[in-house]
Design a protein around this ligand. Sequence first.
Ligand SMILES: [Zn+2]
Ligand SMILES: [Zn+2]
Length: 220
Amino acid sequence: MSKGWERFFFVVAYITQGSSYMSPRAYAIMHRLHHAHTDTELDPHSPSFSKNIFSMMWRTRNIYANIFSRKEEVEPKYTKNVPEWDLFDRWANSATSRIIWIALYVAFFAIYASSPWLYLLLPIVMTMGAFHGAIINWFAHKYGYKNYILKNTSENLFSIDILMLGEAYHNNHHKFPSAINFGKRWHEVDPMYPVIRLFAWLGIIQIAKPAMAVPQESNM
Ligand SMILES: [Zn+2]
Ligand SMILES: [Zn+2]
């Protein structure tokens, strides 16, 4: 996509993720490291190297923070062509920004919550980005079914995945990391696939040729 559209999606990501905003640059690098080192000690998040989901999330958080602040040296092949907007990222990732969002969420709950029980959802709302990530990175590397036998623990978590927007077909995704359609079998509907096609049709993005499902050699 063009730099202009890239910035548009930075802003959209900020509005939708709010207090749990994650830098697209840092996340992209971390995600490439996950694919390159799945289920090894160098994997930023692997259930095989963490006792429970919370220690995995904490480990991921620290690796993310080191990549974000550029304390951790990353090989250039992992930083090539990642989305970048440093000034914006620094604000959106700041403690001040997170506190402002949390204050807005609390105000929203104070106005609209019809029962005090609903406040139990507040921590999930505040950490939604990390929460969503952990569901895939923990559960889809532990439970589900496999379409492909790979040298890692990835599974397809659900046979139909609407809520995770196709992300839960994680075994398929590890087999074909660059495929824009995460679904492979007839019941595996990836709701984001038609959206990507629509964006391409509207000229917002261009679909790269290798994006059409090249299996990852090292995983075969
Ligand atoms: Zn994975
Ligand atoms: Zn991936």
